[in-house]
Design a protein around this ligand. Structure first.
Ligand SMILES: Nc1ncnc2c1ncn2[C@@H]1O[C@H](COP(=O)(O)OP(=O)(O)OP(=O)(O)O)[C@@H](O)[C@H]1O
Ligand SMILES: [Mg+2]
Length: 243
């Protein structure tokens, strides 16, 4: 496994939100974290990248214990993170946004990397000098993905990459995510509220409810039987619209 957590408990201040959660993802694989609002998906990801307090448990990158390391070190070690909000600099141009991400690479490598990443995303390739704040919602998410890729990650943690996008744009982003994992052998973990799309586009899924992992299955299994509906009914007494 490229990235795994072992019984990880994460929270803020004295408040433990995520309790004893073990997740794992290997190169080329896409896994999804699903669950209702406030179930701890973002908190788990923040715990992995050093942005929330780890109470107990471990984060292992390539079997190396990286628990609690500062975020900038984790990024240099190959963990890319795209937060749910504020994932681009709206006042900088597309090009400048990419340069900030690659600023710790040497200049030539950064230029090559930006060129390489731009070839993947035609939507923003011809908008290099455009202010990022003027891009559409979908283009911004693509830029956020591109920014993460410039830093040459081995692991990508994406928090709600399709939030508030049209279904068509969300499908496009998911296609990019799958292609990126497959082509670059990157391990990708996505937190997603869109349960149906997350399941269709991931290999395995973890269901979080109130900070605990209540089910882990291949996404196909979660999609194909009524198990997930049962879980949702049992733990939340609601039926997710998207199922
Ligand atoms: N900085 C913070 N300080 C204290 N509590 C927080 C903080 N951020 C989040 N929480 C709380 O942690 C719990 C889990 O929130 P989290 O954002 O991880 O859920 P989520 O599953 O990502 O939800 P969503 O689907 O809405 O993004 C919530 O009860 C939330 O209020
Ligand atoms: Mg969240």
């Amino acid at each position: 496994m490229l990235l795994r957590t072992v019984d990880l408990s994460v929270g803020y201040g004295d408040l433990k939100i995520v309790q004893n959660v073990s997740v794992e993802v290997k190169g080329g694989e896409v896994v999804s974290l699903i669950g209702p609002n406030g179930s701890g998906k973002s908190t788990l990801i923040k715990g992995i990248v050093g942005l929330a307090k780890v109470f107990s448990g471990r984060v292992l990158l390539d079997e190396l214990d990286v628990t609690g390391l500062p975020t900038y070190k984790l990024i240099r070690m190959g963990i890319g993170y795209v937060p749910q909000r504020l994932n681009i600099f709206p006042n900088l141009s597309v090009k400048e946004n990419l340069e900030v991400s690659g600023s710790w690479l040497d200049k030539n490598r950064m230029r090559r990397k930006i060129q390489e990443v731009m070839d993947i995303f035609p939507e923003i390739k011809h908008k290099m000098d455009c202010k990022a704040g003027l891009l559409s919602g979908g283009e911004r998410q693509i830029l956020a993905l591109a920014r993460a890729l410039v830093a040459e990650p081995r692991v990508l943690l994406l928090d709600e990459p399709t939030a508030s996008l049209s279904p068509m744009m969300a499908d496009k982003i998911f296609r990019y995510i799958r292609d990126i994992a497959f082509t670059n052998d990157i391990a990708i973990m996505i937190a997603e509220q869109n349960v149906a799309k997350a399941l269709k586009n991931s290999d395995r899924s973890y269901v979080l409810v109130s900070g605990r992992c209540v089910s882990v299955e291949s996404s196909k299994a979660h999609l194909s039987d009524d198990q997930l509906k049962r879980i949702y009914l049992e733990f939340m007494s609601i039926k997710p619209d998207s199922l």
